[in-house]
Design a protein around this ligand. Structure first.
Ligand code: S3P
Length: 177
C-alpha cells in the first residue's frame, strides 16, 4: 500500500525531460528537488561515466537503489530518476510504496535527437545504433507503463507542468500541505 503522503518520482527514458520538468514542478509546489544521478555522483564523488567505466553497471545499479531508499525516507521531494532505475524489479517495491510515480512518455525519435552523441550517458556507447537503443526503449516501456500517472511529454514544458499540477491523482498531494 502507498504511503499516505508519498513523494513524487518522475520516470522515463534518457532525454525525456525528467530533470527539467522535475525541477520546475518542485519549484511550483515548493518541494525539494532531487535527481538520482546527482545523488550517486555526490555519494561517491565520481561522474556517472567514470562509475560505469571503473566499477561497471551493476555497481552503479546498487548505488542507484541505495539513493532511492534514502530519498524514500524523506518527505515533500520531487525525484528525477535515472532512465534505468524503474527497470530494476527491486526498485518497484520502494517506488510503489513511497512515491507517486509519473511516466513522462516521449516518442523515441524525439528522444534520440536529444540524446545521440551525449558523452555523459555511458549506455549510449553500449547501445550505439538507433535500432539498439530503440529496442532498449521498448523493453523499458513495460516498466515505465506501471507508473501511477502517464503524461504525454511530447509537448511544451508549460503544458506538461500544467497537466501534472492539476492531474486528479497529483493536485491533492501538494494542495493539502
Ligand atoms: C541510464 C540513464 C541515465 C543514468 C545512467 C543510466 C539508463 O539517466 O542514470 O547513465 O540506464 O537509462 P538519465 O535518464 O537521466 O539520462
Amino acid at each position: 500500500m502507498k504511503k499516505e503522503s508519498p513523494n513524487i518520482a518522475l520516470l522515463g527514458f534518457m532525454g525525456s525531460g525528467k530533470t527539467t520538468i522535475g525541477r520546475q514542478l518542485a519549484r511550483k509546489i515548493e518541494w525539494q528537488f532531487l535527481d538520482s544521478d546527482d545523488l550517486i555522483e555526490k555519494k561517491i564523488s565520481l561522474p556517472i561515466p567514470s562509475i560505469f567505466e571503473q566499477w561497471g553497471e551493476s555497481y552503479f545499479r546498487s548505488l542507484e537503489k541505495e539513493v532511492l531508499q534514502e530519498v524514500a525516507l524523506k518527505d515533500n521531494v520531487v525525484l528525477a530518476t535515472g532512465g534505468g532505475l524503474p527497470a530494476q524489479e527491486d526498485n518497484w517495491q520502494i517506488l510503489r510504496k513511497y512515491f507517486l510515480t509519473i511516466f513522462l512518455q516521449v516518442d523515441f525519435s524525439r528522444l534520440y535527437q536529444r540524446i545521440k552523441g551525449d558523452s555523459h550517458r555511458p549506455l549510449l556507447s553500449q547501445y550505439s545504433t538507433a535500432q539498439e537503443l530503440e529496442k532498449l526503449y521498448r523493453e523499458r516501456l513495460v516498466y515505465y507503463g506501471r507508473a501511477d500517472v502517464i503524461i504525454d511529454g511530447n509537448r511544451s514544458e508549460r503544458e506538461i507542468i500544467e497537466e501534472i499540477l492539476y492531474h486528479e491523482k497529483i493536485s491533492g498531494l501538494w494542495r493539502k500541505r
